[in-house]
Write a protein that binds this ligand. Structure first.
Ligand code: NI
Length: 162
């Protein structure tokens, strides 16, 4: 396993659409392991493959709910409600901004054995799923930010309207 370099906003690769994974290979397994290591090292709760320079539809998520989620070729198939709050991204370190997301999503994807599964998420997990799936489409959360980006850790709480 190895920590990979995280691409920073402004890098073209973050604007490109990712290709579906067709088969699991040793190389892709290594990529997934490296994505977790890279994400943990950067104290992130989600990472998408293009953030480490690979245009494949792979997402890793760990929102501290006791699970490590790997979503391959994910597709959001249901969503409900809304939540408004601060969101950040490892590709834009030190910043955060207010984004409204669904409060519930259901996603279908393949796991690391290329077996289909569905995952339902609420709150932070739903936010992370939406954020990471958008990366696979070449989209950054900054396109959705309401108001100004602020320094992470200095978010004015009264501006959160949930
Ligand atoms: Ni991100």
């Amino acid at each position: 396993m190895a920590v990979r370099q995280i691409r920073i906003m402004g890098d073209d690769i973050l604007t490109k659409k990712c290709k579906p994974v067709k088969e699991m290979t040793r190389r892709t397994m290594e990529l997934i392991e490296d994505m977790f290591e890279t994400m943990y090292e950067a104290n992130g709760c989600g990472l998408a493959a293009p953030q480490v320079g690979v245009l494949k539809q792979i997402v890793t998520i760990d929102v501290d709910d006791g699970n490590q989620y790997v979503l391959i070729n994910p597709e959001i198939i249901a969503q409900d409600g809304s939540q408004t709050g601060y969101e950040g991204c490892l590709s834009l370190p030190g910043k955060s901004g207010i984004v409204t997301r669904p409060n519930y999503v259901k996603v279908k994807a393949l796991d690391e054995n290329m077996e289909p599964f569905e995952l339902e998420g609420e709150g932070l997990l739903a936010r992370a799923i939406c954020h990471e799936v958008a990366h696979l489409e070449g989209q950054m959360y900054v396109e959705l930010v309401e108001g100004e980006l602020v320094d992470a850790g200095a978010e004015p709480e009264e501006e959160i309207a949930e």
